[in-house]
Structures are given as C-alpha cells and as structure tokens.
Design a protein around this ligand. Structure first.
Ligand SMILES: C[S@@+](CC[C@H](N)C(=O)[O-])C[C@H]1O[C@@H](n2cnc3c(N)ncnc32)[C@H](O)[C@@H]1O
Length: 350
C-alpha cells in the first residue's frame, strides 16, 4: 500500500454550518412525526395511545420500536426523541436498550424490525434530499470550495479517461467538475429530488455525455469492473455502513481504476447528527485506509484541506485517492517476464 501524505494548508475548504439554514428543526420534527405515524399504523395502535400515558407491555414495546427507529433513521438525540414521543429522555434510554437486547435475543423480532426500517429508509432519504438546494448554496457561498475542486482535478490529472462513476451524485456537481476528463459519466443517487436537480444542472451546463440514474450505493445499478474513475463525494457520512459502500463502489472499478473519496476528517459537531442527518462525524485516515484495503484497493494518497481560520463550525476535508491494483500487478508480471527473457538482471534493466 502506498500512502503519501499531502498537506496543503493554503488550500482550504471552509464549510460553516448555519443551523437554521441547513436543517430547520421543524423539518426533523415533521420526519419524526411520519416515522411515529408509520410505527403506529404498522403496529395497529392508535397514535394517541402511542403518545399517551398507557403503560401496558404492548404499548411500551411499540414505543420502544418508535424510539429505536427515530434514533437509527433520523439520528435524533435522546431528549429530541423524548420530546417527539412525550417521554423523559431516561425512558428513551431504557427503551433503546430493551430493543437492542431483543434484537440479539429474538431473530424474528430483529427481522420484523429490519423490515420496518427498510420501509422507513425511503422517508430517511427524503429527509436529507431536502438539502439538495442548500448544498449547492453552501458550496457557492464558500470560495474555499474551489480549492477542494482544484485539488480533485490535480489528483485525477490531465489524461483523458473513458468512464466516470459518481456515487451519491446529488446535484451532479462531480459530473460537471470532471466533464472535460471523461467520455461517459454516470451519476447514481437514491433521492429522486436530488436527481431532478442533477438533471437540470447537467442540462444547463451542457454536460450531455453524463447521465444520472436512481440507485442505491449498496446495490449499484452498474456493471462490475467497468469504470475508470469512481467518486464518492460527501456521501459516506450519511450512511449506516460506509465500509460496505466503499467495497461496493470498488467493485465497479475496472483493473487499474481509481477511487476518490472525499469526506470530513473526524470532528465534534454533534448537532450535525440531529440537524443534518449525519451518521458519522468524519473519518480518520486509519479507518479509511482499512476500508480501502478491505475493498481490495491500494491507497495512493491522502490530502487534508484544513480550514484557513478554524472556528467551532469549520471542518477539515479529506481526500483519499485509491487504485485498483489489478492492472498494475499484470504490468509488473509482464515486466518480470520481459526482464527474465533477457540476459539483463532487473537492476541493469532499470
Ligand atoms: C450531501 S449529498 C452530496 C452530493 C454530491 N456528491 C456532492 O457532493 O455534491 C449526499 C448524497 O448522497 C445520496 N445518498 C445517500 N445515501 C445514498 C445511498 N444509499 N445510495 C445512493 N445515494 C445515496 C443522497 O441522496 C445525496 O444526494
């Protein structure tokens, strides 16, 4: 594994999260209400009973399920869940523990819960897809974003390549950024709202050699071994299982293909979980290297773009560049063959 640390403090990206602007609290509350309603419907319980004071075992169990889903899908804090369900946060803590214990003890229960969760996934996708326009606004308001994009262009280089896969394409920004570098571009996203914005953006920018499609990063609707470059830009921190997402994306790369992952370095902005659906507060280089290696790729470089004037809400952006080693291995073998078929030793040949 090659791991080159590139640190360019002069190239910065500063994102200052403005809480009311990005995730209005009432958006979270609306989504929470939807989840609670769905749980009540699926468990055939009256909503008033679910939110009321009856404490029978059955009602309590349904409440615990609602608590679990609010926590898992919307990443709400204990007090926020308590508020949504008219409960004290300590009751929420007890409820979450009960569900965790039952998941371990009862496979049928775990399966049913997984089913309800997957039904709610659609609502969770809607939850952050509402940020589509905000995301673009934030980008344009922060001039340092250009430094990240500049760095991405430098890392990919000037050589033209055949195909680009942009996973979690959102507004299609990466497809536009690299539009002069690839012949065919494909963007995948699980949010129809985001895809609508992406299509409009691609039309407006005349990026006719890129298309966007609905799809899930965990079940990509693309052929294996087919892309020269894949990009996962600011997506992993929204996912429950980012390591698996890295593995799935790596499978789409053809031998020698490159993967660019762009996300935040570890940070402590807890409110992003509640207010902006973040599931992870950034990623360390150690963790990302492990995931990249598990996905069968070689880590080529890590770049940290730290904020110029760090303040409480400014985040450092990390860029991890990895490569599928298969073509390189083939090249090495061919070189070995070539060397052994001559009378020169490897050193002389070099
Ligand atoms: C914050 S946006 C980033 C968009 C874009 N990559 C960019 O940086 O401009 C995150 C995107 O990931 C998408 N996403 C989240 N989970 C996904 C999944 N499981 N499969 C595909 N896309 C997903 C969301 O719909 C959203 O468009």
């Amino acid at each position: 594994m090659t791991h080159t640390e590139i640190y360019k403090p002069d190239q910065v990206r500063t994102i200052r999260y403005q809480r009311p602007h990005l995730r209005p609290e009432n958006d979270v509350q609306k989504d929470a209400q939807k989840v609670i309603q769905l749980v009540a419907e699926r468990c055939s319980l009256d909503l008033d009973v679910l939110l009321g004071n009856i404490r029978t075992q059955r009602v309590a169990q349904v409440r615990w399920v609602a608590m679990h889903l609010l926590n898992q899908l919307l990443h709400m804090s204990l007090p926020a869940i308590g508020k949504a369900l008219n409960r004290h946060h300590t009751s929420v803590m007890v409820g979450l523990r009960r569900v965790d214990a039952q998941i371990v003890a009862d496979a049928v229960y775990a399966e049913r819960l997984a089913e309800v969760k997957s039904r709610n996934a659609e609502s969770a996708a809607r939850y952050f897809s509402k940020n589509a326009r905000d995301w673009d606004q934030i980008r344009s308001h922060h001039i340092a974003e250009q430094a990240v994009e500049q760095q991405l262009l430098e890392l990919i280089g000037t050589q033209h390549f055949g195909s680009l896969l942009d996973v979690g394409t959102g507004t299609g920004r990466m497809l536009q950024l690299f539009q002069d570098s690839y012949t065919d571009g494909v963007g995948i996203d699980s949010s129809l709202d985001m895809l609508a914005v992406a299509r409009a953006n691609l039309d407006a920018s005349g990026t006719s050699h890129a298309q966007v499609r609905f799809g899930d990063i965990f079940n990509l609707p693309v052929a294996r071994n087919s892309f020269d470059v894949a990009v996962v830009h600011q997506v992993l921190h929204f996912l429950d299982d980012p390591a698996r997402a890295v593995r799935k994306t790596a499978q789409a790369l053809r031998p020698g293909g490159r993967l660019l992952i762009i996300d935040f370095s570890p940070h402590h902005l807890e409110f992003l979980r509640d207010e902006n659906a973040h599931r992870r507060l950034g990623f360390s280089d150690e963790l990302m290297s492990e995931w990249i290696e598990d996905a069968g790729l070689d880590l080529r470089s890590v770049t940290h773009l730290a904020p110029e004037n760090p303040d409480g809400n400014a985040l450092t952006v990390s860029i991890w560049l990895a490569q599928d080693p298969r073509m390189l291995m083939a090249n090495d073998l061919m070189a070995d063959d070539l060397i052994s078929s001559t009378s020169l030793s490897p050193m002389e040949k070099v």
